[in-house]
Design a binder for this molecule. Structure first.
Ligand SMILES: [Zn+2]
Length: 137
């Protein structure tokens, strides 16, 4: 799901690498993460690690999306979208940029009594909205 042009730009951004042997620094394409590359300076081969800088460039805020219970008026999808829009607008006014929405599946246990009655665990999806802003803001 492509919600933001930022994620595409990030994919194309070079990844900073530092040679573990000679400490020579350089940039490689992001697609090289997990690959072994050879240092230009000393010829040492090392693996390109994903940069830990992502969390430093942006601050992130996760907001659980309340389940839409009132579905009497129109399709539930419209309600959910309207609710999401409200949440995004609210945080945008505080300077948070909408980043993405993730569905997190949780298993709810029916408990001991429920299990005796033949109930099994149910999967419930929760949605978490991620906002972000520049780390320096
Ligand atoms: Zn090197």
């Amino acid at each position: 799901m492509q919600l933001s042009s930022h994620s595409l730009a990030e994919k194309q951004m070079p990844v900073p690498v530092v040679c573990p042997k000679c400490k020579g620094a350089g940039d490689v394409p992001r697609s090289k993460i997990g690959c072994h590359i050879q240092c230009f300076g000393c010829g040492h081969e090392f693996e390109v690690m994903a940069p830990p800088a992502a969390g430093q460039r942006h601050r992130y805020k996760m907001v659980p999306l309340e389940p839409v219970v009132e579905v009497g008026h129109g399709p539930a999808g419209d309600q959910a979208a309207a609710h999401l829009q409200e949440v995004v607008a609210e945080y945008a006014s505080q300077g948070w940029e909408f980043h993405r929405v993730d569905a997190i599946g949780c298993l709810t246990s029916p408990g001991c009594l429920g299990a005796l009655m033949g109930l099994s665990a149910q999967q419930v999806n929760y949605y978490v909205v991620t906002f972000r802003r520049g780390a320096t803001e």
